[in-house]
Design a protein around this ligand. Structure first.
Ligand code: HEC
Length: 153
């Protein structure tokens, strides 16, 4: 009786270890695949830019998204849609009622022009309808501009 028990346990152990080996293989492959996927060479500059843009995204959500949509083709809100704003001409959204100052400015939205707008919208465009969104912290402006650059790709 004792021997039968030992044999039985032995069979279970053998069955378990037989199941164990194929299950381990994918796990090993996963570990090998991660560093081998090419993430290591290009990941060193990417996180820095990505971090700035994601900080900018958070600031945008708090300070801009109430008025501005960012998806392509999305309707404008109190402010015009900003998809692809980098490199675009000020006052480009057809059905949006811009202020005269912004519409006729001829400004092309470079990072520098965006910085000037965000530092003080009313100073850059007297009579602007952008009543909020002033960012006094230069680092915040840099982050938001990185985000706007991201959504313009
Ligand atoms: C209270 C609503 C409001 C908020 C908040 C706001 N904006 Fe605006 N924004 C506007 C309006 C209105 C205009 C159009 C201004 C004009 O016609 O003078 C505008 C224009 C712009 C433009 C120029 C768009 C174009 O088509 O030329 C940019 C860029 C912009 N805003 C970025 C931002 C960013 C970035 C923030 C957040 C930091 C922000 N805005 C916050 C209302 C807002």
């Amino acid at each position: 009786m004792q021997q039968t028990k030992i044999l039985f346990i032995g069979l279970i152990l053998a069955a378990l270890s037989a199941c164990g080996s194929p299950a381990e293989e994918p796990a090993e492959q996963l570990i090998v695949a991660k560093p081998g996927a090419g993430a290591a060479p290009d990941s060193s500059p990417a996180p820095a830019a990505g971090d700035l843009a994601s900080k900018g995204k958070a600031i945008f959500a708090a300070a801009c998204a109430a008025c501005h949509s960012v998806e392509a083709g999305e309707a404008s809100g109190a402010g015009p849609n900003l998809h692809g704003i980098l490199g675009a001409k000020a006052g480009r959204v057809k059905d949006f009622a811009y202020s005269q100052a912004m519409k006729t400015s001829g400004v092309i939205w470079t990072p520098m022009e965006l910085d000037l707008l965000l530092a003080n919208p009313a100073a850059k465009f007297p009579g602007t309808a952008m009543a909020a969104g002033k960012l006094t912290d230069a680092a915040d402006r840099e982050a938001v501009i990185a985000y706007l650059t991201d959504i313009s790709k």
